[in-house]
Design a protein around this ligand. Structure first.
Ligand code: AMP
Ligand code: MN
Ligand code: MN
Length: 341
């Protein structure tokens, strides 16, 4: 392993101290969880249990089918129970309570809070211990450092969850957040029993057939704006409800407009029931997607960010295109937003 000073070590040590002292934990991750949110939460839960602690894994919107293969995914529950039963709540892969779901934005009876996250810092909830490192590829990498600091021996189940966390957040070790350090952690996880091919297969070759139907219905609707620098794709609620699938099953559709030459910012608008859309933004590096998402009350990373917003897909699309003007890389292109053939 490379021997570099670790920026997070002091925070990780304080978190480890807190975890050693307490016994009843509530682990929380963001709604519509991805591989990092779930893998980080499940692995940390296993580790705390291996130390004899009592743990509940909570996610308000549950485990999407794509991630149900994760060892112990079935232990993630949408039933919170009594908050008074927990001494510490640990918020993973996000840093505001609103991201953990509506129940947390509405309560003031929370236990002591800890935050472990890697998103660009917006407005983190005030917590007893906060470790947020935007330089880290995935929250799973921070969980790995925490487990090593605590002397936990990594089981194959923990390794599978943490490898999934890191590989999904780095686009299978291809995105620009892929560092030597995250590759080293991934190698150590393989040594501890994670099987890259099995995990890749479960994630990518195990999808419901409805996915292809939706893809064929939506791909014809890719539009380009700002001289081809903005590519958009919309999935309206009719398509979504006909297919009865979770939002997460379509999250990587954004890679289609993103794959086109000249596209600096790709946008996927998914219209969920109840008049709310989820908007995913992906940048090639020149557009700050996190700043743009923040201007709509969301967040994320420079190259991958998102937000939820009320309105029809059509009205949201117009607002997003108009807002994108000020984020376009070249000033002379900022007033052009007619759809292009
Ligand atoms: P998505 O496009 O939903 O896959 O999200 C891309 C990135 O932005 C992920 O790191 C998410 O955690 C983050 N993100 C998505 N939606 C929100 C939101 N409403 N608020 C803050 N961060 C978000
Ligand atoms: Mn996430
Ligand atoms: Mn993450």
């Amino acid at each position: 392993m490379r021997n570099e000073p670790n920026q997070n070590q002091a925070g990780i040590e304080s978190l480890a101290d807190l975890l050693r002292k307490k016994n009843h934990f509530l682990l929380l991750s963001h709604v519509s969880p991805d591989g990092d949110a779930l893998g980080s939460m499940i692995a940390l839960g296993d580790a705390l249990r291996s130390l004899g602690k009592n743990v509940k894994l909570f996610n308000e919107t549950g485990v999407p089918s794509r991630y149900s293969f994760l060892p112990r995914a079935a232990e993630v529950t949408g039933r919170l129970g009594r908050l008074a039963d927990f001494e510490v709540a640990i918020l993973l892969d996000c840093h505001s309570l609103k991201r953990a779901g509506v129940r947390f934005s509405q309560t003031d009876q929370l236990p002591l809070l800890a935050v472990l996250d890697h998103h660009e810092v917006g407005d983190p909830v005030s917590a007893a211990v906060t470790v947020i490192d935007p330089q880290t590829a995935a929250t799973g990498e921070l969980v790995y450092q925490l487990l090593i600091t605590m002397g936990v021996s990594i089981t194959p189940e923990m390794a599978t969850n943490l490898y999934t966390a890191i590989s999904t957040d780095t686009g299978s070790f291809n995105f620009d957040n892929t560092t030597a350090s995250c590759l080293e952690v991934a190698a150590a996880l393989v040594d501890s029993g994670a099987r890259p091919w099995d995990i890749y297969r479960q994630l990518n070759f195990n999808l419901p057939p409805e996915r292809l139907r939706i893809l064929s219905q939506t791909l014809g609707g890719v539009d380009y704006y700002y001289k081809g620098q903005l590519g958009t794709l919309t999935i309206d609620s009719e398509i979504m409800s006909a297919a009865q699938i979770y939002e997460i099953d379509t999250e990587d559709f954004v890679s289609f407009p993103r794959s086109i030459k000249g596209v600096e910012l790709a946008v996927l608008i998914t219209e969920n029931g109840g008049g709310v859309c989820h908007v995913s933004l992906r940048s090639q590096g020149r557009v700050n997607a996190a700043a743009m998402a923040k201007s709509f009350g969301g967040g994320g990373h420079r190259n991958a960010a998102g937000f939820s917003i009320s309105g029809s897909a059509e009205s949201v699309k117009s607002r997003v295109i108009a807002a994108a003007a000020s984020f376009m890389p070249r000033e002379e292109d900022r007033s052009l937003y007619e759809a292009e053939p």
